[in-house]
Design a binder for this molecule. Structure first.
Ligand SMILES: [Zn+2]
Ligand SMILES: [Zn+2]
Length: 354
């Protein structure tokens, strides 16, 4: 099995980001990740996709789009669209219509920042997703680094503090988003979880001090989505784009907060009488299923079934659990970093069916 690291959801000057596609690619190469998906607001940018090189290192850039109805007030319901390779913002007026149109075109849809609280000190409105009656989307952006930052902006002083100490921000997906995900999963359909940075590299000015808030290089070391595939990346843009999109579509992925310690090597799998499953897959119960977890570092690990913890391990590298009950099983891992307990790994579920 092959694992690679992608960072997704970011903006360029085509919308409200502050670095170009080329600058983003070079930041990604520096951070050592394999691919990025750039998603400008309501514009699909034709041209910059493909591999970028720096010496013998390279990164693949894919171009998606973040779409919402700009005539809506407030401008809620942001949808990340991947893999269509043409403009889809013309369908923004109706989220379900947009989701359907993207599916018909073979693309993927993820509900962006499902919970995105207001930050009144900065006149930033709540731009959460509200139309929860939509269906047939691929998944949700479980952990959005910017929503988490926004949730901490109680005052301008808080903003200044976190602008200078960004490593203190990340704790994990917002509780309301986690609860929503479990609620959606309980309705017995697959909902793939991804982590996004929502990078903008906003220029901040605090009196005489100029500072870029969260440069892309910083984001690329933080909340990443790790993908598992049977085949390796080959360096061919078209082939590798398909590989990445299929792993995302199937939820063969976990979210890793790579700043405290790299999360590569995490695995969550299941084996039953007749078949095996990896994150994102279904498996039939039959005579019981063995769930296996492998951690890249000995720390605090929880196995959850239908949103509730069924087993916790401390300081174990390999964790095993045998079940005879159907349900949606997923893993959360926590780590201590800079004086706090922080979310480190959030797996996609394995769906154990009767
Ligand atoms: Zn957004
Ligand atoms: Zn965004």
């Amino acid at each position: 099995m092959h694992e690679f690291v992608i960072n997704l959801h970011m903006h360029t000057p085509y919308s409200d980001g502050h670095r170009t596609h080329t600058e983003i690619a070079h930041a990604a190469i520096k951070a050592g990740i394999d691919a990025v998906i750039v998603t400008d607001h309501n514009v699909w940018v034709d041209g910059p996709s493909g591999y970028y090189h720096d010496g013998d290192r390279h990164v693949l850039m894919l171009i998606g789009e973040e779409i919402h109805d700009q005539s809506r007030d407030p401008q809620k319901n942001h949808l990340l669209v991947f893999g269509v390779n043409r403009e889809m913002a013309t369908f923004a007026h109706d989220p379900q219509h947009l989701i359907d149109k993207v599916s018909q075109a073979g693309g993927l849809t993820f509900i962006a920042h499902p919970t995105d609280p207001a930050a009144p000190a900065f006149n930033e409105p709540d731009i959460s997703w509200v139309d929860w009656n939509v269906k047939d989307y691929t998944g949700i952006e479980l952990w959005n680094a910017m929503s988490e930052f926004k949730s901490l902006l109680k005052s301008k002083a808080h903003a200044v503090f976190y602008a200078f100490f960004p490593k203190l921000i990340a704790r994990g997906p917002l509780n309301t988003t986690m609860q929503k995900w479990d609620e959606l999963l309980a309705n017995s359909h697959k909902v793939v979880a991804i982590g996004g940075s929502d990078a903008h590299a906003l220029p901040g000015r605090l009196g005489p001090i100029h500072k870029t808030l969260f440069p892309y290089e910083f984001h690329f070391q933080c909340v990443n989505t790790h993908l598992l595939t049977n085949d390796p990346l080959t360096g061919d843009g078209t082939h590798d784009q398909t590989l990445i999109l299929e792993a995302l579509r199937n939820g063969h992925a976990f979210i890793g907060y790579d700043l405290p310690a790299r999360t590569e090597g995490f695995r969550f799998s299941a084996s039953g009488d007749e078949n095996t499953a990896r994150m994102g897959d279904e498996i039939t119960l039959k005579n019981g299923v063995t769930l296996q977890i492998r951690l890249p570092r000995r720390t605090e690990c929880h196995l959850l079934k239908n949103g509730s913890i069924v087993k916790t391990w401390h300081k174990r590298e390999h964790c095993t659990y045998i079940t005879n009950e159907p349900g949606v099983y997923r893993v959360e891992v926590y780590i201590h970093y800079l004086g706090g307990r922080r979310g480190w790994i959030f797996s996609n579920p394995i769906y154990v069916r009767e």
